[in-house]
Write a protein that binds this ligand. Structure first.
Ligand code: DX5
Ligand code: ZN
Length: 221
């Protein structure tokens, strides 16, 4: 695959932690901030024990967003929905390793729609599972909490996984970016970037702060 240009220190605020009564305001804040992407968490109540939002919300966000939409699918059988997710406005679509029996097929279904394809690993899934798919994906998302909820505590083992993934990417000459999602805060963000993460997702840290744009700036720098 074509090598994605090196992209570093990207911040993707997760809308899951925004006030849904003021979603428009949240998107405009992200638009005006130094954030790079907007992270959308789609949950089906089956793959994860929570239900978030679906197509109508994604479409509305897409109509207002000035940054690429990074859609994280926490659903079983994602093949059924990726086309609609792309049509709703997704730029990057990430599916869970644990939810895809035929991951290679799913990744190419996403790429053939001209979307970027990401694969997500739960905290218990080792990096070496990606040996034979790493050259085919644009991004690997490492979960640093068990997926389903915002505001959880960061799992420290993630640093080691970032290192292992960086090695795998180099060894296989892959262009995949490394994204980390869950419990990212001002303390672990610089450590994760230094370990080799390219993109950090942040929900609670950004949206629980009275000055979210300033937190985004601090996380990035
Ligand atoms: C968890 C989601 C995350 C979540 C991150 O299942 O995938 O994107 O919104 O939120 P924080 O940063 O609060 O852990
Ligand atoms: Zn997420």
């Amino acid at each position: 695959m074509d090598k994605t240009p090196v992209m570093d220190r990207l911040i993707a605020p997760s809308i899951l932690s925004a006030n849904f009564l003021e979603l428009g305001k949240a998107i405009e804040m992200v638009n005006a901030s130094e954030a790079d992407w907007i992270h959308l968490d789609v949950m089906d109540g089956v793959f994860v024990p929570n239900i978030s939002f679906g197509f109508p919300v994604i479409e509305k966000i897409a109509s207002l967003a000035k940054k690429p939409l990074d859609v994280h699918l926490m659903i079983v059988d994602p093949d059924r929905y990726i086309e609609r997710i792309k049509k709703a406005g997704a730029w990057l679509i990430s599916v869970h390793y644990e939810a895809c029996t035929h991951l290679h097929r799913t990744v190419y279904a996403i790429r053939n729609m001209d979307a970027k394809a990401g694969v997500v690993l739960n905290p218990h899934s080792p990096v070496h599972l990606l040996e034979d798919i790493i050259r085919d994906v644009d991004l690997v998302l490492l979960m640093s909490v068990n997926p389903g909820f915002g505001g959880q505590r960061f799992i420290e083992n993630t640093y080691e996984k970032v290192n292992q993934l960086k090695d795998l990417i180099a060894r296989k000459n892959s262009g995949a970016l490394i994204e980390v999602d869950g419990g990212v805060d001002l303390k672990n963000a610089p450590l994760l970037f230094n370990a080799g993460a390219n993109v950090l997702v942040t929900g609670n840290t950004v949206f629980s702060n009275p000055d979210p744009a300033e937190i985004i700036r601090k996380l990035k720098h």
